[in-house]
Design a protein around this ligand. Structure first.
Ligand SMILES: C[S@@+](CC[C@H](N)C(=O)[O-])C[C@H]1O[C@@H](n2cnc3c(N)ncnc32)[C@H](O)[C@@H]1O
Length: 355
């Protein structure tokens, strides 16, 4: 999925640094998991992983790619899907065939003829919006009727959020839509079967990073990948967040041109230049772990000298080191209009210390 700070392309670099430092297995915590790209790769490497995020969408990905031990049991859907032992592929095919059924997403995030909308938001073509609505409501109904267990619900929800991102009429973030319909937005919504990573013993939560690590039993690896600038993820990914939480438990008021959520509890200290350094210090001080590995971008708002001071002061002498990888910048067109970058490549650092 298109996600600011998604580390999929840096997994090789992260894996190589872990290997060089002799960090092989045990318990790992990834409290800023986002798309769960790193958490699932740690799971593949044999770590028992706890993955969390302040956003519900991160929790959905962590449930799918980290906590789920195997493809979910969908036997409760046998009658609906007309199969004795339905598979994920059967469920995905069924959801892909659902007729459009306009609901919340159609009302608020797509143009609808004849309806008075406060803003003519063009995040989705109307036919895709009505199919997103149909799939989201079906998942909720299946779950509430007891036909779908938690694993099945989260895995299919992750599949929907990823499919929605592929047809969103944005340049990568949901802070605004594009005025004309982009080629990807003209394609039909199509869910794919998520690849669950086999293996038990891993968990997912929705939590604040500091609160989470402070209540953890001692563990081996703390991998941290906090936001590195002042853009709040809850405002840049509000539509995936609405899909993750649903709109079925009462009114979901939206605000402003983009239709943002009222989400004060999901705003992050880590996106504040004034507060992020202190947050890092508190997190590292309170984490009962043997190794800290921190991803941070060379253009991040926490000064490098602060990161170095914090890690050195909570680590064993001689174990601090910074590793660097230069790679092509993730750039959304939304950025392009407003931002000037020094170059097309960016340095991504891994700051490591052992205790
Ligand atoms: C740089 S992204 C992580 C990207 C992730 N490693 C990936 O590969 O997709 C930072 C994440 O931190 C989350 N976040 C921000 N503040 C947080 C907090 N206080 N506690 C937990 N998660 C937080 C954001 O929602 C976002 O998903």
């Amino acid at each position: 999925m298109r996600y600011l700070g998604n580390k999929t392309r840096l997994l090789g670099f992260i894996g190589e640094v872990l290997r060089r430092r002799g960090i092989h297995g045990g318990a790992a915590v990834d409290p800023f998991c986002g798309t769960a790209s790193v958490a699932r790769s740690l799971k593949r490497r044999g770590f028992r992983v706890l993955a969390a995020d302040i956003l519900e969408m991160g929790h959905v990905f962590a449930r799918t790619y980290v906590q789920a031990a195997a493809p979910p049991d969908l036997s409760g859907l046998a009658d609906v899907l007309g199969r004795r032992a339905p598979t994920l592929a059967d469920a995905v095919a069924y959801l892909n065939r659902l007729p459009p059924a306009p609901d919340f997403i159609s009302s608020h995030f797509a143009p609808r003829d004849g309806l008075l909308a406060p803003y003519d938001r063009r995040y989705f073509r109307p036919e895709n919006a009505a199919r997103i609505d149909a799939v989201r409501r079906t998942l909720e109904e299946w779950r509430r009727a007891g036909l779908l267990g938690d694993d099945g619900y989260y895995v299919l929800l992750a599949s929907l959020i990823e499919a929605v991102d592929r047809v969103a009429n944005t340049t990568g973030v949901y802070a605004s839509w594009v005025k004309t319909w982009q080629p990807n937005a003209r394609r039909a919504l199509r869910l794919r079967v998520p690849q669950v990573v086999p293996g038990g013993g891993c968990r997912a939560e929705r939590a604040d990073a500091i609160e989470l690590v402070a209540r953890c039993e001692p563990f081996d690896l703390l991998y941290i990948d906090p936001p590195y600038n002042n853009r709040q993820y809850c405002a840049y990914y509000h539509i995936p967040e609405i899909l993750a939480t649903g709109w079925f438990d009462g009114p979901t008021p939206l605000r402003g041109v983009a239709g943002l959520l009222h989400d004060a509890d999901k705003r992050s200290l880590w996106s504040s230049r004034r507060r992020a350094g202190a947050a890092l210090e508190e997190l590292v001080a309170r984490a009962p772990c043997r190794h800290v590995v921190m991803s941070y971008n060379a253009e991040g708002i926490i000064p490098e000298r602060t990161i170095e001071r914090v890690l050195r002061s909570y680590g064993r002498t001689g174990t601090y080191r910074r590793y660097t990888c230069r790679y092509r910048r993730y750039r959304s067109d939304h950025d392009r209009a407003n931002r000037r970058y020094r170059s097309d490549t960016v340095e991504e650092h891994l700051y490591c210390v052992s205790r």
